[in-house]
Design a protein around this ligand. Sequence first.
Ligand code: ADP
Length: 137
Amino acid sequence: AMFKTILVPIDMAHAAEGKANIDIAAQHSAAGAKIILLNVVEEIPTWAAAELPANLIPDSLSRAKEELGAIAKATGQDLEVEVRDGRSYKTILDVAKEKNVDLIIIASHRPGLQDYFLGSTAAKVVRHATCSVLVVR
Ligand code: ADP
């Protein structure tokens, strides 16, 4: 099937896999489809936050926006870029609902953790998403 609104969550520590998933998104796009790249900057628990610089989250958000924007630009395609803070899996599901996403493309786990069948974020997205999910191995 071809999809109209595709969400590609990208973990900035493993951007290379994210880029590969953008190609897969293009292959599953209907004519005029929208591809949204999403990075979630993980929230810091309050017990730990006191020890950290106050501007850590805003700095991480703007750095992620810059890096994700550069990845989008390098593809030469017209992609939407979203950076949010929160819990990864929950934010991925929220953005999917909010933007009427019909396909989420996600890596099964981070590279090097092949012992795991599904990473923790991927597992929760597969379990709770109300749209189709393509798990890339
Ligand atoms: P692991 O538990 O091995 O780290 P994850 O399930 O967290 O594996 O990661 C699998 C995929 O989930 C990533 O390749 C990415 O697509 C997505 N993902 C994980 N964390 C984030 C994040 N912070 N922002 C966006 N996507 C993420």
